[in-house]
Design a protein around this ligand. Structure first.
Ligand code: AMP
Length: 538
């Protein structure tokens, strides 16, 4: 059979040729206005950028950083960089400045493309970024800020006179296409280097009907950022099938998201739970509906029951629970009901949908005990979740050793169960499990149970040292505005939902729960904050 190597630029070539009039819509970072063009336009501009990058001296294998929200120009950068054999290094702008400095230097980025919003931050850092030769601000001349960045160019002026012809070179499909650093909670961030092949296989897999499954009939709002875990592969998978792409720029608040969902008749979307909570508050406050939206994939952290139910019952939108990680490109599983499960009661169906689901073909997974012995698929026994497959990391960027065990399995750091139908459910991050009297307590289960309380906006559970039990769970709660339940009210509520010995020993109320750069609860910060916490009872 034909063995032409896979090149991601061909994805955009396909979209331009066979879905050339399909729209790509962007909310501009600079001023919030809406811009629209087509896949055919996207390809033309991508080729202009590819030519411009070549003239700037970009060569095969060079790392080119992007510090940017989801926009058309960022999309063009992805394809122009990878298509010519360079590596698109997406940087999470929510990271702390020293982390950004670390990863730009670790990756040795040669060029940095950045949104106007991040110019002041990079001006502060630029003298510590010796490898960066050129800064390209993702804007036009009219919106170009006054800047002290050396060799700073505005994107539109850079590409305006370039040719629309560019021959994508041929290279082995194992060539790296992109680089993304995990924002690990401890130590330095680690780079995951994706290849044309791995992204290609991953995007095809998520296009499966039982995974995310966009099609040419969909208008897809891409809330998941291109700088975090590849925007879940949707920036490749949507052009593959000719789905309309809606890119929300920097505005992810409830009102802005609603405006796009409604105005662009969005049928499918994907994001972390926080974004959807903000949207639901906005919808409730203004008594709005979602007439076009059919499905949202939610992942990044566990989906609480109330989110699934609110989308289902109040808005007629199906929530698909997904799980994955930067090291997995990122999709590792998705949860959809099997036909026989439609016979279950609604509550039982939601119980299944709270699980993280089944891996798509390509991902193998198993759970093991501390000795590495495989554990049964009985839905109750939990163990370390190991994975294997062609879009899963083998070795972190510039590391000396593979990140795999002797049989090629990657330890996700998650603790999970797998039931008799193959549905995986995350019980915790290994390091967040609470060890009490020799037994394990799942912080995620406790948090989910607490989130069902109608006055709770956010709940986080950490283990705090206990003189008798080693550790006991402390429940940290942010309440909804105007609500004032007591600690005992909340503990009473939990009593019918969790085992007695799992009940947190106390509830503390806080104004805000710290989040990581990827929108997850920062247990590390909480553990530091409550390091000296003293239990008032034994
Ligand atoms: P990241 O690499 O930043 O995407 O983080 C990956 C980690 O997020 C996983 O290893 C899980 O601990 C967590 N995660 C992702 N999706 C889910 C989910 N649906 N439920 C629970 N945890 C999740």
């Amino acid at each position: 059979m034909q063995a032409d190597p896979l090149n991601l630029a061909h994805v955009l070539e396909h979209a331009a040729r066979f879905h050339g009039r399909v729209e790509v819509v962007t909310r501009r970072v600079e001023d919030g206005t809406i811009e629209r063009y087509t896949y055919a336009d996207a390809l033309r501009r991508t080729k202009k950028l590819a030519n411009a990058l070549k003239k700037l001296g970009v060569e095969f294998g060079d790392r080119i950083g992007t510090l940017a929200w989801n926009t058309d120009r960022h999309l063009e950068a992805w394809y122009a960089i990878a298509g010519q054999g360079a590596i698109c290094h997406t940087i999470n702008p929510r990271l702390f400045e020293p982390q950004i400095e670390y990863i730009v230097n670790h990756a040795e980025d040669k060029v940095l493309l950045l949104d106007t919003l991040f110019v002041p931050m990079i001006e502060r850092l630029q003298h510590k970024l010796p490898t960066v030769e050129t800064y390209i601000v993702l804007t036009d001349r009219a919106h170009m800020p006054q800047t002290e960045l050396h060799n700073a160019l505005d994107f539109e002026s850079l590409i305006v006179d370039e040719s629309e012809d560019f021959e994508w070179p041929s290279f082995p499909e194992e060539t790296p296409s992109s680089l993304c650093y995990t924002s690990g909670t401890t130590g330095n961030p680690k780079g995951v280097l994706y290849t044309h092949r791995s992204n290609f296989l991953h995007a095809n897999a998520i296009n499966g009907k039982d995974v995310i499954g966009p099609s040419c009939s969909d208008s897809v709002l891409l809330v998941v950022p291109m700088f975090h875990a590849n925007s879940w592969g949707l920036n490749y998978s949507c052009p593959m099938v000719g789905a309309k792409l809606v890119l929300p720029g920097a505005q992810l608040d409830g009102e802005s998201i609603y405006e796009l969902l409604n105005g662009e008749q969005v049928t499918l979307s994907a994001a972390v739970p926080t974004v959807w909570n903000m949207l639901l508050s906005h919808l409730q406050e203004h008594e709005l509906k979602l007439p076009h939206l059919n499905e949202v994939t939610i992942g990044g952290s566990a989906v609480p029951r109330n989110l699934i139910e609110a989308f289902d019952l109040d808005y007629g939108v199906t929530v698909i629970h997904g799980w994955g990680m930067t090291e997995m490109s990122p999709i590792g599983s998705a949860c959809r009901l099997r036909p026989f499960m439609k016979e279950l009661s609604y509550e039982q169906q939601v119980d299944v949908r709270l699980k993280q689901g089944i891996p798509p073909f390509g991902v193998w997974m198993k759970i093991v005990d501390d000795d590495g012995s495989e554990l049964p698929h009985d839905g109750g026994t939990f163990g370390r979740l190991l994975v294997k497959g062609p879009w899963i990391v083998k070795r972190y960027y510039k590391d000396d050793h593979d990140a795999l065990d002797a049989e090629g399995w990657f330890d996700t750091g998650d603790i999970a169960t797998i039931d008799e139908h193959g549905y995986m459910q995350i019980t915790d991050r290994a390091k967040d499990l609470i060890k009490s009297g020799g037994e394990w307590i799942s912080s995620v289960d406790l948090e989910n149970a607490m989130m069902e309380h109608s006055m709770v906006a956010m709940a986080a559970v950490i283990g705090c040292h206990h003189p008798t039990w080693e550790e006991r769970p402390l429940m940290i709660v942010k309440l909804l505005d105007g609500c004032e339940p007591s600690s005992n009210d909340l503990l009473d509520f939990l009593k019918s939902r969790v085992a007695k010995w799992w009940l947190p020993d106390n509830v503390v109320f806080v104004d805000d729960i710290p989040l990581t750069a990827t929108g997850k609860i920062s247990k590390l910060t909480l553990r530091e904050q409550f390091r000296d916490y003293q239990w008032t009872t034994d």
